[in-house]
Design a protein around this ligand. Structure first.
Ligand SMILES: NC(=O)c1ccc[n+]([C@@H]2O[C@H](COP(=O)([O-])OP(=O)(O)OC[C@H]3O[C@@H](n4cnc5c(N)ncnc54)[C@H](OP(=O)(O)O)[C@@H]3O)[C@@H](O)[C@H]2O)c1
Length: 262
């Protein structure tokens, strides 16, 4: 299937590992030029041939500066993928809905909502010129706020609302905005020694391998298996493709059947 992404210029945030890295690889395989953003690069990202730009997108002004530097190199932009997210995995945030206080909530909102809003704001003029596409990565927890810090669920729910509203407002200018909603996906966020999976295992007093084996069933995934990042990337590519001009404001759930509502 030709997705018409060959030669397109794509910006991916949170791109050095996990779902972001899989998205970079998938766009590169279609012949797209990719600019990949995270705080640090990895050998896996370097191997894709994407151009790396370092930015800490939890900082309020970082998104605007990052987009300006990307467009200074080349003013074209066809696709923006707002993938960066995650955030506070402290025991306090898991044990107490208000855990960590106002600063912890603000930092989770900054990374999961603010980074997408500010990156999109800065990129929109270039995307309007190309009649391009925005795809943002949400989470099952936006609609099923169990088992993770409540701040994360609330920020992803806000990302859904922002994306749906923006889709309506920019459709006439030719920019399409859509969301992909994963459930548990096999990435360093869950499998790494210092990510959410490790913190949750500690909180539940389980070893991490046991937690990861239980997680699909606990999340309601009828497949019984974590999702591979490449599968999420395939959904992103299809929504970003100019061959899907009617995909506007959609929220594509790729969750192994975890969400039980229609
Ligand atoms: N894995 C899952 O089960 C799952 C499920 C539902 C939704 N999601 C969502 O999917 C997206 C990707 O998650 P993932 O599991 O792939 O996460 P991950 O494995 O933790 O990777 C996160 C990526 O974001 C970058 N990053 C983190 N903080 C950053 C910051 N402040 N500024 C810039 N870059 C930053 C990381 O690189 P650096 O550390 O070098 O910056 C890395 O490249 C997130 O939005 C997450 O909420 C994940």
């Amino acid at each position: 299937m030709d997705l018409d992404l060959d030669g397109k210029r794509v910006l991916v945030t949170g791109a050095s590992k996990g779902i972001g890295l899989a998205i970079v690889r998938a766009f590169r395989a279609e012949g797209a030029e990719v600019v990949a953003v995270s705080r640090e690069t990895t050998s896996e990202l370097q191997a894709t041939g994407a151009r790396f730009v370092s930015a800490d997108l939890a900082e309020p002004a970082a998104a605007q500066r990052m987009v300006e530097s990307v467009l200074d190199l080349d003013p074209r932009l066809d696709v923006l993928v707002n993938n960066v997210g995650g955030g506070s995995t402290s025991r306090e945030a898991l044990a107490d809905p208000f855990g960590g206080g106002v600063d912890a909530w603000a930092s989770v909102f900054a990374l999961n909502l603010g980074a997408a809003v500010e990156t999109t704001r800065a990129a929109l003029p270039a995307l309007t010129r190309s009649r391009g596409a925005v795809v943002s990565i949400s989470s099952q927890n936006a609609r099923d706020p169990r088992g993770v810090p409540l701040s994360y669920s609330a920020a992803k729910a806000a990302l859904n609302a922002f994306s749906r509203g923006l889709a309506e407002q920019v459709a006439e200018s030719g920019v399409r905005v859509n969301v992909v909603t994963p459930s548990g996906t096999r990435t360093p966020l869950l499998t790494g020694g210092d990510g959410f999976g490790a913190e949750l295992a500690g909180h539940l007093e389980l070893d991490q391998a046991t937690l990861l084996a239980m997680l699909p069933q606990q999340a309601g995934m009828v497949t019984g298996a974590l999702i591979e990042p490449a599968e999420i990337a395939r959904a992103v590519l299809l929504l970003a493709s100019p061959t899907m001009p009617s995909a506007i404001g959609s929220n594509w759930v790729v969750d192994g059947g975890a969400l039980k509502t229609p």
